[in-house]
Every structure is written in C-alpha cells, then in structure tokens.
Design a protein around this ligand. Sequence first.
Ligand SMILES: [Zn+2]
Length: 535
Amino acid sequence: MPALSPAKAPPQQSPLEHSAPSRADILRGEYSTWRANNDLLSYDLDIRVNPENKYISGKNTIRFKMLKDDTRIQLDLFANLKVDKILLGSTELKYERELGTVFVDFPATLKKNSVQSIEFYYSGSPQETGRFGGISFRKDPAGRPWVTTACEGIGASIWWPNKDQQRDEVENMRLRVAVPNSLIDVSNGRLEGKTDLGDGYTRYDWAIHYPINNYCVSLNIGSYEHFSDRLGDLTMDFYCLPENREKAGRQYAQAKPMMEAFQKYFGEYPFKQDGYKLIEVPYSGMEHQSAVTYGNRFANGYLERDWTGVGVSLKFDFIIIHESAHEWFGNSITASDVSDQWIHEGWATYAEGVYVEALFGRADALKYINGYKTKVKNREPIITAHGVNQSPPQDQYFKGALFLNTLRSVIDNDARWWKLLRDYCSRFKYSNIMTEDVVKFFNDRTGLNLTPIFDQYLRQAALPALELRFQESEGAVSYRWKAEIKEFAMPVQVGRRTDWRLIQPTTEWKTLKTGVKKEDFEVATDLYYIDVIRN
Ligand SMILES: [Zn+2]
C-alpha cells in the first residue's frame, strides 16, 4: 500500500504507533495451532454482489492439506457477516466464532497428508472501515455504483471467509463474481469468461494461476471502460471510468516503461499468465496482484504533490510505480508475518528509486531516495513483534528504502548489486519469507557477515552514528561506529567528495591519516544513511 499521503501524514511528534495488542489482533496475527496444522491449496470464491443493498452472498470452497492429524482448523470472517453453513461433502460442520475468527470442527480426525475441501457459505453487509475502506459500496461521480476492496491490514475476512494470515497462501484461486448487468467486475488473474445469469446479473469468472495473499484478492465493480496494450507477450489491460478515458490513456502510458525497468532490474514480471492490469478506484491505490488499483488523480507525484520534496517526484506517477513494484516485492515475495512487512514496503519504496535511476539517471535517484530522510522518525524499530496483527511504523517504507540504498554502497559494485537483486527475486519467487531469510541470502551470496548491519537498521530504532575525532595537528582523524549492535561494522566513504576514501570502522576507535581539514572533511551520507558526530 502507499505510505500515508502528505495530507494525512501525522505530526512529527505523534505518540509511538504501537499500543498493546488486542485479542482480535492476536487471533488475526498469530500463526496458531489450528492454522499451522494445514496447508492451503486453493480457494474458489463464488459470490454475488448487490451494490444497491450493499450485500454479498455466496461461498468459498477451501481446499487444504492436513499437516498433522487434527479435528479443528482456524478460518476468519468478520463477526458482522453471517456464516450460513459450512459443508464437508454433504456433512454440515460445527463451528465456533470468536470475534473475527471461525474455528471449524470436524466430526472425525482429518488425517495428516489428506486433502480436504470444505464449502463455506456466508452472507451479509460488510462495513466500510479503515484508510482504504476495506470494502466500499460507493457511487462514481456520474452516480453509477462503484464497489471496490482494499483490505490490507484490516483483513480480507472483512468481505470473504478465508485463512486470514500471511504465512500460507493458496497455490491458485478462482474468483466468480456476479454483478448487475450494467456493471463489470475486474478482479485478479485472467478473465476466463462471463455468463449472463438471466436474472439481471452477469457472472465474471477470473482464474488466478499463482499463489496469492489474501489481501490482494480484489473486487473492482463499476462501469469501466477497457483498453489494452502489450509488452512482448505480456498483456497489459487498463480500466477507467468512461469520462476519464483520455486522461487514463495518457497517464497509464507510464506502466510500460515501468514494466521494462522493473523487468530489467528485478527479472520477469512474476504473473505473466495472469497479465498486468491497472484499474481506476476511488482511493489512492493498492498493489492487488496482477490487478493494481489506481486513484492518483491521473497526475504525477502522489495526490498531485511532490512526494519527496526534491523535485523528482513530479516526473512520474507515484502510485503506478510504487504499487506495481509490489508485484515483485509483496506479491511474488511475501512477508510471512506483518512484523516483517518492510519486505514489501521498504523494497517497493527502494524500487521507486530504481525506476528513477532507470529513467532519469543515478543523480536523480540519489536525490529522490535521500528526499525520504525527512519522513524517517527513527523512534521505533522497523521490525515489530511477531504474531500480532499490527502494521509496523511508517519507517518501514522510507528507512527501509534508505537502508537498501546503504546496502548497495556496502556491496560497492553496481553489477554485483543488480545481480543480487535479480537473484533475490528469483530465489524467493512466490515465497513467504522472514527477514532472517533475506539476511541469510545476502550473507551467503556476498560471503560477508551483514547480520549486524541488518540488525542495526531493522531491529533498532536509532541510526548508526559515525563518530569522528579530529587531531588536525597530527593530520589525523579517529573514527568509530556508535551503534546498539556491538559487532556493527560497515565500510563508509569519507574525505573529499571528488576523491572518497573507503574506511572500515567498527565500534572500536581507529585512526586515519588525512590531509583534509575538519571543515572540509565530508562523509558520503547520500550513499550511507547514517548520523555523523564530529568532535
Ligand atoms: Zn506499498
């Protein structure tokens, strides 16, 4: 998702973003025994959406493999929606509800390795809530119904029953959505066909051929106009309200160079069989897999503002670039726990800089990424407590991106850096991972021990500070890192910008002979996101 827009950004001295987790946050966030005992195989979500009554009804057929013998599994559906029945074959199953959770009980033990399929029937009027609505039943400016979903954080179970967590994804999914004949539904995956149901409704059948996380599953029901393009054999489909066709034609054109840049640096678009889609919505935008949603007013920047405030942001459409970057970072590679969501947001934010570098050059890219420094608070670690459904602080975006820019400087070899990024995308394609996996990948591939660097940036609040003590009479400067992680060691370039010297500070004092005077002695803080203390 996009970081908070400039208009909505909280004041600098806001209280810490985290309070004690509620029971609901634990039920949603924890990978409980009754989640861990099974492995999702597929969803087949078959629903009817009535925009006038703001009502959904239907069923989700959930296939899963048991990983141990057990008689209960945990699924989720918001408490305001009705469970009509849950069937295993023709047997109606018992269930117990607690807040947004539905514990499903089986009459006999489901054996380890057995494949099960249950049909979860539900209905009700989901309630719009949260920053993006979760699900919203609105009208477009011309007064036609417009139903959209964006439920990251709140949870997909706000509008459909599923195993609502991030660690386990289905291998593939079907989404069948019946809507009034005057509207169309654009969802994830490939449209397999539409059927006139003869009762004023038409059903759109979407097939998703890849693993997908729950919050990416999306409805976009409206009076959409459709146009398309291709990049090689990748289909690119675009949807907008009819009145916006001209503006969309102009703005959506940025999707193609975006796709070329990201494929160059991160490898092939991960959801080729499903195609790439860009769909107009009434909120700013969301990374819905193969169906990126867009509400950035058909203008460059972020909601028409210069997002990083350094003049680069207005050269491109922030939402098209950021949300599409999530196809690699968030959708293909997904964090197993929301605590490690920087794996989505830090990387997607860094990818904005990669896009800028590809289109406008390295100088603009450095300017753009460093523009994010004003948004970083350094008050809480980026990685938060596991097993709790709470979003990490916004630093996960900006500090996450600045950290990756720093890591590139540590690698100090662009060819090697780009290869590492491509290999990272390929190694973890369609996987759910934690930061430990990221660290191990970079350690293994570089032969370096980068763990203390990752730990300092991601698991501590404060930045590492380079402490300098000038002894000008001796033509020397002493230096060391001041950091919470005792083993913290990171090379850094210092001296003169025209002739950097690479030093290898640790948390112990070392000395450098230098002819550069204190007032002329620079540190490459645009390449390394650090504090500098000069004594
Ligand atoms: Zn995002």
